[in-house]
Design a protein. Structure first.
Length: 186
């Protein structure tokens, strides 16, 4: 039997501050908003991308295009997922991605495999001018040489722990929790 202990890493105010800072950093890295497209990875990455879009609009007065990526068919463990994986739709901005400055947005960067899958899918759609990676939480445990360009917060995670990003549309609140799984012998 297992019990989970949950502790807050970031509350709603901390996430909002991080998102505001990340939005400014995205604008700075891209030299403004010209050609900028945010692509959120399903599911929580799309929610974070929407928050970033709102902050960019407040800061620059420009509404940047946002799309979403469902990486299900690009996963390297698709056979382990099961015979009938649930596939959602990816959504490209009307302008497409050719020659655009793409920012892939995800909630947590861990092994790097999700980002690899997202880049593979993007390249099937076109040829961006550049791709940057923006994550709310960067934790250790990389299996591929992928690093985020824009990070909300670095979180040290021990064995038996995981990071959970919570968003209002899916979880009822905005925050980041560290969950420790305690195994109890029967």
């Amino acid at each position: 039997m297992a019990t989970n202990e949950r502790s807050a890493v970031m509350d709603e105010a901390a996430v909002n501050r991080a998102v505001a800072r990340m939005a400014r950093e995205i604008i700075e890295r891209n030299g403004g908003t010209e050609g900028l497209v945010l692509m959120g990875i399903h599911r929580r990455g799309t929610q974070i991308a929407a928050l970033l879009r709102s902050e960019i609009e407040k800061a620059e007065g420009v509404r940047v295009p946002v799309g979403s990526i469902d990486i299900t068919l690009y996963r390297d463990d698709l056979m382990q997922v099961g015979p009938k994986p649930v596939v959602g739709g990816s959504d490209l901005p009307l302008s497409g991605i050719d020659d655009e400055k793409i920012v892939i947005v995800d909630d947590v960067l861990y092994t790097g495999r999700t980002i690899r899958a997202a880049m593979n899918e993007l390249m099937d759609w076109g040829r961006p001018a550049q791709i940057h990676l923006c994550v709310l939480v960067d934790r250790d445990g990389r299996e591929l040489p992928i690093q985020a360009d824009v990070v909300g917060r670095h979180v040290e995670v021990l064995r038996g722990q995981q990071v959970e990003v919570l968003v209002p549309g899916l979880d009822g609140r905005l925050g980041v929790d560290l969950v420790t799984i305690r195994r109890e012998d029967a």
